[in-house]
Design a protein around this ligand. Sequence first.
Ligand code: SF4
Ligand code: SF4
Length: 417
Amino acid sequence: MQTQIAPQYRADPLVGEAESILRDCVHCGFCNATCPTYRILGDEQDGPRGRIYLIKALLAGEQTTETTRLHLDRCLGCRACETTCPSGVRYGRLLEIGRHLQNQALPRPPRAALERRLLRYVVTEPKRFRAALGLGRVFKPLLKASLARTLPPLPAESPDSARSEVAVASSAGRRVLHLDGCVQSVATPATRAALARILQRLGVDLRSAPTATCCGALSLHLDAWDEARALMRGNIDAWWPYLEDGAQAILVSASGCGSVVKDYGHYLEDDPAYAAKAARIAEIACDPSQWLARELGARSIPGIARGRIAFHAPCSLQHGQRLAGVVEGILTRLGYQLSEIGDAELCCGSAGSYSLLQPQLAAQLRRNKLDRLEKDEPKRIATANVGCQLYLAQEARVPVVHWLELVDEALVDVGTP
Ligand code: SF4
Ligand code: SF4
């Protein structure tokens, strides 16, 4: 796709990057078939190809409007279109740049800007998120029903989830780091606890850097790039002593965060002080499924039938990290019977802050997803990202857990494999 770049953008490297992505698009429209918003709304401008044209118009300097913003805001950033695209168009990055340019050309109205700032302020820091959750539960009866439903239960702080000071001390055993993150560390601490027990059985020590915090995903999605990059630098500083001490990997058990940490190298490539470290972090960051598939692959595990479950593969896992089928393979090997899920490539509607900012579309996507997940009457639904887990759990008829909890249960039964 050829683009005429407006004179004011010609020297901007971001625009150069967007132009090179646009060049790959042959406007075939295959991507529309797997776009959740196009499938619901049926409007070309609510599909990837239409949004690509809107971004192209922005680069050409055409006047942008609130209608352009509406179509870009309705995009989930799920990247199903990237998986489908035969030309390898990096739509996710193009969307980030497009939204950024759009907000520069036409700033958001003050109320919407404040709403997004508040969201970032609360969610990206675990202590603030915990306090907000506590307050929300106290005042739940006064909240709008749609907002009250979004409140997850507030689990008690457990020693496993506490972000206590962990000394960097050399030890002979194998060790890996975990990103506890912001929302997951507060709302679903059972995920980290399960991973720690699994790894302990495999002879691997799981550590957390106490000053590591939010991965930067929410700030990125809400177009606060400087804030996102500051969070990334903070995490690199927090992790670096552990890597020098021999930590072999950074396991990120929230797949949404994992897909961002794996891109740290890209986001900090122009920062001379952090570029090399960011590239190293990106190299050793992995989803626990990658680590466990390798670890369990060489071991003999007795097959015990464990009943039916439904696995929801988050977009960040299947489209962002391109790890479709890995978790499913592990769970099947451990004896779980997995349901076939129709339209498995479609988003559940959670998508970072999407369910809060686009509640109607998100709710429709969740209903469609739950209809498919619950069709074969599974005992539980498992997933790999805290956002999907919390969002699906609000309406699911069966418990929604992180898949690591299922692995933990299975390994308790078989003992150390
Ligand atoms: S499938 Fe790829 S090449 Fe075709 S319109 Fe979509 S983004 Fe462009
Ligand atoms: S990221 Fe998802 S919602 Fe956005 S255009 Fe691509 S498929 Fe559609």
